[in-house]
Design a protein around this ligand. Structure first.
Ligand code: FES
Ligand SMILES: [Fe+2]
Length: 435
């Protein structure tokens, strides 16, 4: 009787100890897993500034204090080629809607100009030249949004309507306001959670609209992350990638694990253990002249076998020179869109953005955006150093690069600014409302 009581007590103690250890183990696993969970479900926000990647400094690598000087030198000696005009006509993304709060002035650089993007008290967006016509102060540095949609200059307090451009108030003046007291206004539109400016070198009004994506507007597809890259190249080089089918199976063959740095990737390995299989085609639209389409099917392979859930179908609709709507279909996992924008900030400086809205699981969307950024950044290495070849030496299976160039040339006109050998422009970019 005594023995069985002792045995019972020992058993209870053992169970208690086991359960306590188990609880500690569970707590430890949760503590370790929680940060990982937070990481994979937080939307991606990957930003690569000019110089972060894309440049090679020889051996030994020049780093630290020599880095910026070497980048400047590489840019100085870079052969640019016989470039097309630098600012094609069309709509360009200048900001993402959530970046611009009410009553905020956001500095914008586009077409080599400093502009000020304004959100009024009631939410409307306006874009104006940054320099005050009075004595030239810059609204981006100390300007304020007042009277709903007006900007007050920080120097002497003159107030300009960001909607009409005209001066509405001079704090110390009791006479009439001079007629010339006005700032240039640029036409903008806010759509699909982005803000766009219209540019046309001949002063023509927009001939086409940016399609509205219903699933973004009605909230079916939610924000899933973004990437942003500054790329030192001509604006046309980036969309031309869509028609350059042959480079997919070379530069973009190896999967993300090998990285984005094309100096370190072994591009001679034609059978990497994780490899993309691409199948793509590009064509101009028959119905809308400013639209073209790339259809791309992709699957990731591990030693020749398909990796589950990795297959994707993509229809990339290029709308004018700077906007691409990448419609994604991952079958049972979900659908979505990546809005891809390329905006010429300077003759050879582009801001490229990818922003995803989808019903895909958050971890999967993050994986996709990271993998896409990895491939895009390999192109950045090429774009940041190449020269533009006006008459490329094309062979069979190179893809419809010539057709793409003919299609894209519709966005250039006689007045389109050209980069001259001395680094200046043939003519300044100006708002179509200035004509
Ligand atoms: S410079 Fe702007 S108010 Fe004088
Ligand atoms: Fe590419």
């Amino acid at each position: 009787m005594e023995n069985s009581a002792i045995f019972l007590l020992q058993s209870l103690a053992a169970i208690h100890l086991t359960m306590t250890l188990f609880m500690y183990l569970v707590a430890l696993v949760l503590i370790l897993i929680y940060p990982l969970y937070l990481y994979i479900t937080k939307p991606l926000n990957r930003i690569k500034r000019h110089g972060d990647l894309g440049y090679h400094f020889g051996t030994p690598e020049l780093a630290d204090k020599y880095r910026d000087k070497q980048i400047e030198r590489l840019k100085r000696i870079r052969m640019k080629g016989d470039l097309p005009p630098v600012y094609p006509n069309g709509w360009y993304c200048i900001a993402e809607s959530p970046q611009l709060a009410h009553k905020q002035i956001m500095p914008i650089v586009v077409f080599g100009e400093q502009l000020s993007l304004i959100r009024s008290e009631d939410g409307s967006v306006h874009l104006i030249d940054s320099y005050c016509p009075h004595l030239g102060a810059n609204f981006n540095v100390g300007g304020r949004v007042v009277d709903n949609n007006c900007v007050q200059c920080p120097f002497h307090g003159w107030v300009f309507s960001a909607e009409s451009g005209s001066c509405t108030r001079i704090p110390y003046n009791d006479g009439t306001i001079p007629e010339q007291a006005r700032v240039t206004v640029w036409p903008v539109v806010e759509r699909n959670q982005h803000i766009y400016v219209w540019f046309d070198a001949d002063g023509s009004a927009p001939e086409w609209e940016i399609p509205s994506i219903d699933d973004i507007q009605n909230g079916q597809w939610t924000y899933k992350g973004r990437t942003e890259h500054e790329v030192a190249c001509h604006v046309q080089e980036i969309p031309e990638n869509g028609a350059d089918i042959a480079h997919l199976g070379f530069l973009h063959l190896a999967g993300a694990p090998v990285g984005n740095d094309i100096i370190r990737i072994d591009l001679s390995d034609r059978a990497p253990s994780i490899a993309h299989k691409w199948n793509g085609n590009w064509s101009a639209s028959n119905t809308e002249k400013h639209v073209s389409k790339m259809h791309l099917e992709q699957v990731l392979k591990f030693h020749g076998f398909d990796i589950p859930l990795s297959a994707s179908k993509l229809d990339a609709i290029q709308i004018g020179p700077g906007i691409v709507h990448m419609h994604l279909d991952f079958g049972t996992l979900g659908k979505g869109i990546v809005l891809h924008h390329v905006t010429p900030e300077e003759p050879l400086m582009q801001r490229a953005r990818f922003v995803m809205y989808s019903n895909l699981p958050r971890w999967f969307a993050k994986f996709f955006l990271l993998a896409e950024a990895n491939q895009f950044e390999r192109d950045v290495y090429v774009w940041s150093n190449k020269r533009y070849v006006k008459n490329p030496l094309l062979v069979k299976n190179d893809g419809p690069i010539g057709k793409h160039r003919r299609w894209y040339s519709q966005f250039y006109s006689d007045n389109s600014p050209r980069l001259l050998p001395d680094g200046t422009l043939s003519n300044r970019a100006k708002s179509v409302l200035e004509w």
